[in-house]
Design a protein around this ligand. Structure first.
Ligand SMILES: [Zn+2]
Length: 304
């Protein structure tokens, strides 16, 4: 039954030039590649087989549905199918779970694939409750599982903030919704998820379990960690060391503005001082006004 559903979804989602694709079946997925590119199919298929059990287990997905994965060896074709968004490397659709990845990016294919697999499995895990999961957390979990932070770096997990810029939860959601500048939002959401997993291990999996049972997001977070989402953000933010902001400030042009103003004031004062000195030289002094002849005319007192 599941395979019939998958085939129906594939037929609905196939691009108009579907006859140029070849598919290969691997455990948990069907890999589509441009016809003839068997090497790409083997590569992506190998990554998929490695990543699916890890990600499914982290999210509490016990019986992963097979996923259709399209791997592109042409950036233009990828953008044509996935949407012409700058920097886009992969996309996941729900409820089908279909994934498209740009396989022209070299070393980051594994990260992109893991990121999109996470989105697809989140959709499977939550089903009709997916809407309860905020966009920032959906992206944060995908970022965290795509590029896990090593255990030894977890105590410093709040360091990754983008140029010292901290977004509120709403600002992160807004960035992902509008697809504007999402760099800071991607970094911060991943850091928030890693922080929670470090301080409350297993939280993400438990939050998803609560949501899947119909709990609200606030309740799911509180039941899991004893925190509200805002308190979670607050504590994460307080753990960012001050030197991060100083480092950022020193590398920012803003720090040089006061120095520039100071230099400008000094230059103006020196200019005015020099100008005043020049005026002093031109003006007649009391001494030059004194007529020397008056001294000559002064009667001398002679003592014979
Ligand atoms: Zn994403």
């Amino acid at each position: 039954m599941r395979w019939i559903l998958l085939i129906c979804l594939l037929l609905c989602s196939l691009p108009v030039w579907a006859d140029t694709w070849t598919h290969y079946t691997v455990p948990g997925a069907v890999i589509f590649v441009p016809a003839g590119d068997e090497a790409l199919a083997r590569y992506v298929g190998g990554l998929t087989v490695q990543e699916i059990p890890r990600i499914a287990a982290a999210l509490g997905v016990t019986t992963p549905h097979p996923l259709p994965i399209y791997a592109y060896n042409d950036r233009v074709a990828f953008l044509r199918d996935a949407g012409a968004t700058p920097m886009l490397e992969g996309v996941s659709y729900h409820p089908s779970g279909l994934i498209r990845i740009d396989a022209t990016q070299g070393g980051s294919i594994r990260t992109t694939l893991a990121h999109e697999l996470t989105h697809s499995f989140l959709a499977q895990r939550l089903g009709s409750h997916l809407g309860e999961l905020p966009l920032w957390l959906n992206e944060g979990i995908a970022g965290h599982l795509a590029d896990p932070i090593p255990d030894e770096e977890l105590p410093d997990v709040s360091f990754p903030v983008f140029r010292g810029r901290v977004l509120t939860l709403e600002e992160m959601d807004q960035a992902f919704r509008t697809r504007g500048d999402t760099t800071a939002a991607y970094i911060e959401s991943r850091s928030l998820v890693a922080w929670l997993e470090h301080h409350h291990p297993g939280s993400i999996r438990r939050i998803l379990a609560f949501l899947a049972e119909g709990a609200s997001f606030d309740d799911a977070v509180y039941e899991t960690s004893g925190l509200t989402p805002e308190a979670w953000w607050e504590r994460w933010q307080r753990s960012i060391p001050n030197w991060i902001f100083w480092l950022t400030l020193l590398s920012s042009p803003v720090i040089y503005v006061p120095f520039a103003l100071l230099l400008a004031i000094v230059a103006i004062l020196r200019h005015r001082r020099r100008h005043a000195d020049e005026e002093d030289e031109d003006e007649p002094t009391d001494e030059t006004m004194d007529d020397p002849s008056s001294r000559l005319d002064r009667p001398c007192e002679r003592i014979d």
